[in-house]
Design a binder for this molecule. Structure first.
Ligand SMILES: NCCC[C@H](NC(=O)CCC(=O)O)C(=O)O
Length: 445
């Protein structure tokens, strides 16, 4: 049976803005309070998805969370009509209102961890939504994200949905941004790499910025997904790079099938990690472990260009393409490295640069915007077909964005309740386009 890796990208929501909410994420902090362009952000994301379809890949679309999150605002004591809740929060707790307006669910690499059926003991595909415990604006995503994923992967014969882990720092979970799978090819048992920033039982941790993923969370997900311990590794991120802005592992390493590209400072006690990966990989095809030296790309340039946040995709015609953020072309050494990578003896054959500036300014590159799901042909047929991108859906979504989205949004706009009404109208239409049913709280009232 054929297996595919399908990228499910988060559609950027109509309230995309720069609120500076993510301490430890350099771009989020340095672009705080800039005026955003939600329309351009959504179109940039959609163009990336469409490009992958044109490469011959299957591509899915994940609807955004509805914002503002009125449930959280009400839970924090703001009462009255929806408009009154917003106006009162804007005056009394503007920081909370910003968190409740964030379009951060767009970064679907953090939506969940997904293990394919070929890795799990019960032969099902397992999905655990991430609790995103470390940041308030992200910790409120899991309930809606989980509903949306259930509306996309609804057949219980194939798909097993788990609850998000307990909302406690001990179980901080940031989803697939800290998970990679190395395998001979998509349909084969893979070696699951879970990368964590902190283990509650050791003292090795960053000094400045938070470690968002814990070993305890990674272990819990691997257990629920019934992964074979022989084929699962728990690896610690180098705490020093977390302190330099590498808040998720997908800012410093990327894997696809039999290729793993990572920076020489990515992991704690890296030589041992490399030995473990070599010993654990069971494919017949050779494993390409490509360690990028600091002299070629410094950690600072990796964070600035987001080169490791590229997508590495297997092309139907053979070889792999790097889907890189346009920012890589602005850092000479990074661009040089990528062109040399395509010439070297490994499966990587081309680099495609995409303009994702709106998302990048919040610290989200090509890989952050997508959740990878490895599916057999039969499982793919069981996915909600309205969420799979084809030319018709591409045009419908473009028209939908152009109709409903603003082209500028600043902090002051969040206080205006008409932004809420506009967003709800847009998302109500979207649930029809993507055939999701009434997944949003405002549709359930
Ligand atoms: N995987 C990429 C995630 C980026 C995301 N940025 C943000 O939430 C920034 C939001 C703001 O500052 O408005 C984060 O840090 O979790």
């Amino acid at each position: 049976m054929n297996y595919y890796e399908v990228n499910f990208d988060g559609l950027v929501g109509p309230t995309h803005n720069y609120a500076g909410l993510s301490y430890g994420n350099v771009a989020s902090k340095s672009n705080a309070n800039k005026t955003s362009n939600p329309k351009q952000a959504a179109l940039q994301g959609l163009e990336k998805m469409w490009h992958l379809v044109q490469l011959g890949l299957h591509q899915g679309v994940v609807a955004p969370n509805a914002r503002p999150d009125l449930i959280t605002l009400r839970a924090c004591g703001f009462a009255g009509s929806d408009s009154a809740v917003i106006s009162k929060a804007a005056k009394a707790q503007p920081q909370l209102l910003k968190a409740c307006y964030s379009a951060s669910s767009m970064w679907t690499a953090n939506a969940a961890t997904v293990s394919p059926s070929c890795d799990s003991a019960d032969g099902k595909l397992h999905i655990t939504p991430a609790n995103l415990n470390n940041k308030l604006h992200r910790a409120i995503e899991a309930p809606q994200t989980s509903q949306i994923l259930k509306a996309m992967f609804s057949d219980p014969d194939f798909f097993s949905h788990h609850e998000a882990l307990p909302q406690h720092p001990l179980y901080g979970d940031e989803g697939a941004a800290n998970y990679t799978r190395l395998a001979d090819s998509y349909g084969h048992q893979g070696l699951a790499l879970f990368v964590y920033g902190e283990d509650a039982h050791t003292q090795v941790k960053p000094q400045l910025f938070p470690a968002r993923q814990t070993r305890q969370a990674s272990e819990a997900v691997a257990r629920s997904h019934q992964l074979d311990p022989q084929n699962t590794l728990f690896i610690q991120q180098n705490p020093e790079v977390i302190d330099q802005g590498v808040f998720h592992n997908d800012v410093i390493a990327i894997g696809n099938e039999n290729v793993f590209l990572f920076h020489e400072q990515a992991f704690y006690q890296q030589q041992g990690v490399i030995e473990q990966i070599k010993a654990g990989y069971q494919g017949d095809r050779p494993l390409h472990l490509i360690e990028v030296k600091n002299a070629d790309i410094s950690v600072e340039d990796a964070v600035k260009s987001y080169v490791f946040n590229s997508q590495l995709v297997s092309l139907p015609s053979g070889g792999m393409a790097v889907i890189a953020p346009g920012e890589c072309q602005m850092v000479g050494k990074v661009e040089q490295y990528l062109s040399a990578l395509c010439q070297a003896s490994n499966p990587v054959s081309e680099v495609i640069y995409m303009d994702l500036k709106q998302s990048m300014q919040n610290g989200g590159g090509p890989a952050c915007l997508r959740l990878r799901v490895t599916l057999s042909q039969q499982e793919l047929s069981a996915v909600n077909p309205a969420c799979l991108l084809d030319e018709g859906l591409y045009h419908r979504l473009r028209d939908w964005i152009n109709t409903h989205y603003r082209d500028r949004l600043s902090e002051a706009d969040l206080a205006d309740p008409s932004l809420m009404t506009e967003s709800q109208t847009a998302l109500d239409t979207l649930t029809t386009i993507l055939n999701l049913g009434s997944v949003y709280p405002f549709q359930q009232a």
